[in-house]
Design a protein around this ligand. Structure first.
Ligand SMILES: *[C@@H]1O[C@H](CO)[C@@H](O)[C@H](O)[C@H]1NC(C)=O
Ligand SMILES: *[C@@H]1O[C@H](CO)[C@@H](O)[C@H](O)[C@H]1NC(C)=O
Ligand SMILES: *[C@@H]1O[C@H](CO)[C@@H](O)[C@H](O)[C@H]1NC(C)=O
Ligand SMILES: *[C@@H]1O[C@H](CO)[C@@H](O)[C@H](O)[C@H]1NC(C)=O
Ligand SMILES: *[C@@H]1O[C@H](CO)[C@@H](O)[C@H](O)[C@H]1NC(C)=O
Length: 353
């Protein structure tokens, strides 16, 4: 009896055994996942006025539709306001020490139209190849008087043919787009904020660290697993590997915060169509939220620097666990085979125990 039950208990446990280390630098992750192509976002060598900041970004950051979508007046290249805050989890001593990008969040403003700034920086490869795995790493600091209020967005990645969806309550549906940003919440609690085609029936929504929304808004992952502090530099590193095959939930998102593992999910379905790939950096930061209860009571700022990206054509090769597949039908012979092998493996372990 016990031998028959053990495979049922063990196979999901075996399948979700995590492969990611507790601490890692971007080069460690890049090597683990064979992310062989890289780029960095250029910064100027001297501070610039707001006009020149806009021109620099429009000229040099390969923007979707050639424009800064929102908040162009809130962007300035300025001197590092926290030169004595050490660069956390630093591995790259050649990283430029010049100006940093300051984003202004005006007093009383909320939402992407009025607070902060938003644009999509496309990573176009010279040979036209597409990315299905990507890592972005950057540093972020918040003003000494930054008040977190109820929350706000921070940059991440996005992809898919619809460059304006998958934010602001425009839901992901598996064929239009996905986005994966970070958020800060009250008290500086960090989380991943993803637009994936999730609804409450998805297996991922049953995990205690996941808050799904059925109203078209994003999914919150690992809220409070890491914390932002005012007047300090932080390093954010985000890895996204799209699900493959298309009908499976084996997509990955992994976050390292100051070099320490802060979130890891290996059961996300980003897409149901091969029109979705990963396009590049989604620079999106604002207070909110969609009403004035999210707005700061005084003007405040965040600072960003050293955006680096790595990518690969290969998508996730994680083996989907039978537990997750119960929500998404088994779609490939390889998945059936894995289910059988996992069950036999479970029985075998059951017999030796
Ligand atoms: C999955 O891909 C990684 C990175 O390319 C590789 O190191 C690993 O061996 C692959 N695993 C399987 C099970 O194919
Ligand atoms: C784009 O970047 C180059 C190299 O840093 C710089 O010389 C040029 O002025 C930038 N373009 C604009 C419009 O600022
Ligand atoms: C990158 O690709 C997009 C979409 O194909 C295009 O609109 C944009 O002009 C390209 N950017 C550069 C710098 O080539
Ligand atoms: C997905 O959303 C896009 C708009 O972003 C829409 O054009 C498309 O029809 C939707 N697809 C499905 C299958 O609902
Ligand atoms: C933060 O300090 C700046 C001056 O550096 C001030 O203009 C602003 O009102 C302050 N914001 C808050 C939220 O207190």
């Amino acid at each position: 009896m016990a031998i028959f039950l053990l495979p049922l208990i063990l196979s999901p446990i075996l399948a979700i055994a995590q492969t990611v280390p507790q601490t890692a630098s971007p080069p460690d992750i890049v090597s683990q996942y064979s992310l062989t192509t890289s780029t960095s976002i250029p910064f100027p060598t001297a501070t610039t006025t707001n006009d020149d900041t806009q021109s620099f970004i429009k000229d040099n950051w390969s923007l979707s539709k050639g424009r800064i979508q929102n908040g162009r007046e809130n962007l300035d290249f300025v001197d590092d306001p926290f030169p004595d805050s050490p660069t956390p989890a630093s591995w790259d001593s050649s990283a430029p020490k010049g100006p940093v990008l300051r984003v202004t969040y005006p007093e009383g403003a909320f939402g992407s139209a009025d607070s902060g700034a938003q644009f999509y920086s496309l990573w176009n490869t010279t040979d036209g190849s597409q990315f299905h795995s990507m890592l972005v790493t950057y540093e972020v600091a918040l003003d000494a008087n930054f008040t977190f209020v109820k929350g706000g967005k921070l940059p991440g990645l996005r992809g898919g043919p619809q460059p304006d969806g998958c934010s602001g309550g425009n839901a992901a549906n598996g064929t239009n787009c996905f986005s994966s940003r970070l958020m800060w919440r009250t008290g500086g609690a960090g989380e991943v904020y993803g637009y994936f085609p999730n609804d409450d029936s998805k297996a991922i929504c049953s995990q205690s660290s996941v808050i799904c929304n059925s109203d078209g808004f994003g999914t919150s992952l690992s809220r409070g697993n890491f914390h932002f502090q005012a007047a300090h530099w932080h390093r954010v590193t985000m890895l996204v590997r799209l699900n493959d095959p298309l009908k499976s939930a084996n997509g990955q998102i992994t976050i390292y915060f100051n070099g320490a593992l802060a979130a890891n999910y290996e059961d996300i379905q980003y897409r149901s169509s091969d029109v979705i790939n990963i396009g590049g950096l989604y620079f999106s930061t604002f207070f909110g939220g969609d009403d004035s209860s999210w707005a700061p009571s005084g003007t405040t700022h965040a600072y960003f620097r050293n955006f680096e990206l790595w990518g690969a054509a290969a998508a996730s090769n994680l083996t989907t666990s039978p537990a997750q597949l119960s929500a998404t039908p088994l779609s490939s012979p390889a998945q059936w085979l894995f289910g059988i092998v996992a069950a036999i493996g479970g029985s075998f372990i059951g017999m030796i125990l």
